[in-house]
Design a protein around this ligand. Structure first.
Ligand code: ADP
Length: 178
C-alpha cells in the first residue's frame, strides 16, 4: 500500500529490511548498541563488521532516541539505530519513547540529507509492544513528520509477516481514511 502525505510518499511493504534500496534503513537496536536477535542481528549479519565497529565507537543510545552509522555492505548507505522501549504495561512512558525512536530517526535522516528511509516495526518483537498500538504510534509519528518535512521523499515500513502487514495497512487506512 502507498499513500501520499503532503509532498512525500509513505509505503507499506512485506519483506526483509536488510534488502531495501532506500538510502537509510532503521535498526531496532538496544541501548548498548550491542547487536542481538531479530532485525538487529539480521542487519549486522547482512551489513558486515563495519557497522558494529561504528556502534562500538558511539558506545550507546538512550531509549527513545537514535544514532547513525554507515551501511557497511548493505545497499543502504546508512543504518539509523533507533532504540524503542521494552513494553511493560504502557504506563511507563512507552508511547512517548516509541514515538521518540521514530522522530529521532527522521531527524537524523533530515540532518544527513537522506531522502528515503525504511523502518521495521520497532519494539514489536522481543520488546513486546502490542503491535496495534505500536502501529498507531509508528504511522502517526511518521505522518506528522512528513507533513512538515517534504525533504523526506519516501518513508517505507517493511513488515516481516503478512499479519504485521495487514495490521499496519488497517491502521494506515484508518489514519488517512484511504
Ligand atoms: P525489538 O527488540 O525492538 O522488539 P525485534 O527485532 O525483536 O525488535 O522485532 C521488531 C520487529 O522486526 C518484529 O516485528 C520482527 O518480526 C521484525 N523483523 C525481524 N527481522 C526482520 C527483518 N529482517 N526485516 C524486517 N523486520 C524484521
Amino acid at each position: 500500500m502507498e499513500v501520499r502525505i503532503n509532498k512525500s510518499k509513505l509505503e507499506l511493504v512485506e519483506g526483509d529490511i536488510t534488502r531495501q534500496d532506500t538510502e537509510a534503513i532503521v535498526n531496532a537496536a538496544n541501548s548498548r548498541l550491542a547487536g542481538g536477535g531479530g532485525v538487529d542481528g539480521a542487519i549486522h549479519r547482512a551489513g558486515g563488521p563495519q557497522i558494529m565497529a561504528e556502534c562500538k565507537k558511539i558506545g550507546g543510545c538512550p531509549t527513545g532516541e537514535a544514532v547513525i552509522t554507515s551501511g557497511g555492505r548493505l545497499k543502504a548507505k546508512y543504518v539509523i539505530h533507533a532504540v524503542g522501549p521494552v513494553y511493560r504495561d504502557g504506563r511507563h512512558g512507552e508511547p512517548e519513547l516509541l514515538a521518540g525512536a521514530y522522530k529521532y530517526s527522521l531527524k537524523l535522516a533530515s540532518e544527513n540529507k537522506i531522502k528515503s528511509i525504511a523502518f521495521p516495526s520497532i519494539s514489536t518483537g522481543a520488546y513486546g509492544y502490542p503491535i496495534r498500538n505500536a502501529a498507531e504510534i509508528a504511522l502517526s509519528t511518521v505522518i506528522n513528520y512528513l507533513n512538515s518535512h517534504p525533504e523526506i521523499e519516501l518513508a517505507r515500513f517493511v513488515l516481516f509477516s503478512a499479519d504485521a502487514y495487514v495490521l499496519y495497512e488497517t491502521v494506515l487506512k484508518e489514519l488517512t481514511k484511504a
